[in-house]
Design a protein around this ligand. Sequence first.
Ligand code: HSC
Ligand code: NAD
Length: 697
Amino acid sequence: MANQVNLTMDGSVAVVRVDNPPVNALSHAVRVGLQGSFRAALSRAETKAVVICCTGRSFFAGADIREFGKPPLAPFLPDLITEIEAAQVPVIAAMHGNVLGGGLEAALGAHYRIAVKGTRLGLPEVSLGLLPGAGGTQRLPRLIPAADAARMITGGKPVSADAALSMGLIDRVADGTDARAEGIAFARELIAAGKEPRPAGSLLCNILEPAELEGVRAKVARAARGAIAPIACLDAVEAAMSLPFEDGLKKERALFQELMASDQSTALIHAFFAERQVGKLPEIEGVDPRAINRMGVVGGGTMGAGIAVSALLSGLDVTLAERDEVAADRAADSVGRMLESAVKRGKLAAPQRDAILAQAFRTTTRYEDFAQADLVIEAVFESMDVKKDVFTRLDEVCKPGAILASNTSYLDLNRIAAMTSRPQDVIGLHFFSPAHVMRLLEVVVGKDTAPDAVASGFALAKRLKKVAVRAGVCDGFIGNRILSHYGKAVYGMVLAGASPYAVDKALTGFGLAMGPFAVGDLAGLDIGWANRKRLAAERDPRETYPEFADRLCELGRFGRKTGRGFYIYEEGAGGPKPDPEVEDIIAAERTAKGITPRAISEDEIISRYMAAMVNEAARVVGDGIALRPLDVDVTLLNGYGFPRWRGGPMHYADTIGLDRILQDICRFHEEDPILWQPAPLLERLAAEGRSFGSLNT
Ligand code: HSC
Ligand code: NAD
């Protein structure tokens, strides 16, 4: 700890260098060291400038998030930054890697800023339910245009060194790669030119005109969908524009403390750590993944084409097999279109796209072309017979050690693996649609899957910039199994009296990206229909089966792709429209079943939806399908549009109390004992007064 910060002299330039791997978080020890070294630097008579820089892969990536929620220890970061800003000699932040949060705020406290190429600078506090609380909201709009400052602070997205330069956030993008050396050279230039300290706090703040500010406010509120931090971030920027610097800092501090005490920030910090925890599995610790460079994809429909694009964008070589030439050409067109759209969105350069299509991607109708593939992923129709046929053929042609993966949404991976002579190499890699966009990848581990195949699934996810969650084998794995269950609760509510539109409205109000009926329409109602037919034989005859969804499918209403589902989709109609015909179909079913519809409030819709989700999630954890509650949270957050600021269903359940959820389930059980059976794990934890969170460690 003693050598986390060190001071060296390079002539008249004092160099304060921090070494706190992996990301140089500004922990208490670092703050103590930084303050000590900085004071020592200033106390030396020969010091004419101070350079602050870091070792390792990054400048400071922010305050130490692990310290949040504990009593803060002095020196506090805001005070330390104020002290840096008050230095009587120029202070230079020499940056590389990630300059984030409190790290960027420290750089704003310096008088000059230089960054090597590839540096990314940002204030991501908003994604933790916070705002930059160490002066960032007050100093940034004094240095760069207020609109840019508001966007960086409320959106949290980092910018490149070049963008930072053009905004005026930094003074120079260095040619070299050694931030320390570049910082010293810059300091020498400043000394030679007689440059003075240049505290950002003493500059006039850039402003937004009232109308502009209102426009930004409306946009931020729309995008926030229930999150409070983006709005508080804008309030802090507004304070910078309207108050003297010192008062602005006080306002920032007050808003920061409020957010820090909020459930939302606790939830978002839980999500941050959970996403880093999901990959930590005893099963793959110290296990080397297999090398994956050449990938095969079987089936080039919605998922296969998306998976191919995801892999191509990450530098993998992809061979895609389809049933015949026509289908192969169609798949190639889809891949080409998705790459073209990546070019349009600035994610890919046109020459790079051309190189990918010329060298890294090809279609085929021959499985023999998979002979050299390191991993082949199957994304053909969701039919056990088709999957079995595909895996039998893959087993014949693939090289030893190749990983054979299935993208099945529900089917039994062990039965698929049994079609091969190498079940140890068979794994589920369940992507979500659109596969090149959605971050979630469920890595489904069969009973014979080898640990290094599991490790390879996780390594592949990392390469594709996705978050991987380990799932065991059951119908629907983690996410779709839970979805099937809360889907039944949703249909049950509609049968009892709620309209699908009221359900969607209540749940988007709760923070979901889309309501379940709008999601069904998007995914295609035929998918759920096929699934219900597949499971018909096993269905408990006592289960209340809502038929209206089947009726819609029988009428050819599959959702968006047919222009009608639960909603009507018409060009130029300004979005999906409710359909009275759907309400009539539901009303007819209620009448046939002798159900008198009752009013169901938004609160009740949310309680039922969440109780069903949490109950099945508890069974999924209890059965060992998900290793920990946090794996469920990460799944629902990244694949199912669950509001991130609620931390995931398990974290949400902990927040409102497991006993309350259990009471709801017991109450609902009285009216429908088949759908509402309390999960044993939930009962046990509630009885012991414990939380799901207690199972995460
Ligand atoms: C902040 O700065 C608040 C300030 O505005 C105000 C404070 C004022 C307080 C006033 C009080 C009076 N802390 O992601 P990786 C760990 S809020 C602690 O896998 P990558 C991470 O958990 C902060 N730990 O690496 C992991 O640990 P593990 C704003 C942190 O290369 C390991 O480092 N900053 C940490 O894929 C590696 O992480 C942010 O929000 C932190 N700040 O990505 C940035 N950051 O190995 C958050 C990381 O044990 N960090 N760790 O699992 C990131 O976005 C990413 O980690 C990077 C690196 C992009 C930096
Ligand atoms: P799709 O119908 O869009 O595409 C399937 C493709 O497979 C078709 O192009 C078909 O020609 C091709 N195909 C069929 N048999 C083949 C064979 N023997 N050899 C080569 N190609 C063959 O289906 P999809 O939506 O892409 O789903 C594919 C798989 O992914 C299914 O298992 C599905 O459950 C799963 N999945 C789908 C989604 C989704 O949202 N669509 C999400 C996750 C997983």
